[in-house]
Design a protein around this ligand. Structure first.
Ligand SMILES: *[C@@H]1O[C@H](CO)[C@@H](O)[C@H](O)[C@H]1NC(C)=O
Ligand SMILES: *[C@@H]1O[C@H](CO)[C@@H](O)[C@H](O)[C@H]1NC(C)=O
Ligand SMILES: *[C@@H]1O[C@H](CO)[C@@H](O)[C@H](O)[C@H]1NC(C)=O
Length: 292
């Protein structure tokens, strides 16, 4: 993906590349059974990477995601046709229904797929809200990287754009901020807007840059995230990529610059990414910025 971005640089071309990739991903899903735990997928293999390889790699991820959903659906169908479940008396059914929202939320939060499917079957609503930030089940599952639950909740009609009550952040922001790569991918494939800003105008890309989640940054950029987006203070993803020290920081800076980020972006307080790198003592980031 990075190689592709390098081959076709510039903000004018990037959205087109992203659109083509996005369509290829959405249209080519089949069934498969490859397990990729959250966070372990390597989005870049560095150096020269052909478009074909980029496509087939992403297809594997799509297949994996699809299989999870197929399994989830099968489970739901099995329960619906299970004769034992047809004879719940009315009192029990009513009690179950009243608790279904609560069960759904906690199962989503705890990454309990069986619990999520059970609660959905009992009438739990994906629009229910709970917790300190008034999260939907999808927000709760996304922020903790519970990817199987995220898939099931999206299949059940969750709104991928529904925001929390803290800073109006969408699920993709929380998933990206905490480096939940597989969850970010599932949300993108479900059509979640990659650049949906919160009330500080922060986007998922900013969150991923701040945590130095290199592969999440790569996936977001490939999906068309705006590398030059600025928040309410004028800070850009490049500023935030200097916060977490380590080799990934420089690599992210490289990716952002290849995607059209302005190396000398000046925030409202006059700070540039280079100034931030000095503030955080991020020598690698400073080197990457000066060498650009
Ligand atoms: C089931 O219980 C609910 C609530 O107690 C009641 O409103 C409903 O009429 C009952 N349905 C049947 C079929 O008994
Ligand atoms: C479950 O949550 C939905 C959405 O907020 C709400 O409309 C419904 O009344 C709730 N059900 C119960 C039993 O509280
Ligand atoms: C990217 O973000 C910048 C700064 O917020 C904005 O000016 C620009 O229009 C955005 N580009 C796109 C393609 O949305």
């Amino acid at each position: 993906m990075r190689a592709l971005a390098r081959a076709l640089p510039g903000p004018a071309v990037a959205p087109l590349v992203a659109a083509v990739l996005y369509c290829a991903l959405r249209c080519s899903a089949g069934e498969g059974n490859v397990g990729l735990p959250d966070g372990t997928h390597h989005a870049t293999t560095g150096g020269v990477e052909s478009t074909h390889h980029a496509f087939s790699r992403m297809q594997t991820v799509v297949k994996t995601n699809r299989q999870g959903v197929v399994n989830a659906r099968r489970l739901l169908q099995d329960e619906n046709t299970d004769p034992l479940h047809q004879h719940i008396d009315n009192t029990t059914a009513h009690a179950h229904h009243a608790k279904a929202n609560e069960s759904l939320w906690f199962a989503a939060y705890n990454g309990d797929l069986d619990g999520v499917l059970d609660a959905l079957q009992r009438g739990g609503s994906v629009h229910t809200r709970r917790g300190a930030f008034g999260d939907t089940p999808l927000l709760a599952a996304s922020s903790r990287g519970n990817v199987a639950c995220v898939q099931a909740l999206l299949e059940a009609g969750s709104d991928a754009s529904a925001v929390d009550g803290l800073h109006q952040s969408p699920p993709i922001y929380w998933a990206a901020k905490d480096g939940h790569l597989a969850t970010v991918k599932v949300l993108i494939l479900a059509g979640a807007p990659v650049d949906q800003p919160n009330d500080r105008r922060a986007t998922a890309l900013q969150g991923a840059c701040e945590g130095a989640w290199e592969h999440v940054v790569d996936v977001l950029l490939a999906a068309g995230a705006n590398a030059s987006h600025s928040d309410i203070h004028g800070y850009t993803p490049l500023h935030f990529s200097t916060v977490t020290i380590g080799p990934k920081s420089a690599s992210i800076i490289d990716m952002l610059l290849s995607s059209g980020a302005q190396v000398d972006a000046v925030a409202e307080d006059g700070a540039t990414p280079l100034m931030w790198s000095a503030t955080f003592g991020n020598v690698g980031a400073a080197r990457a910025l000066v060498g650009a």
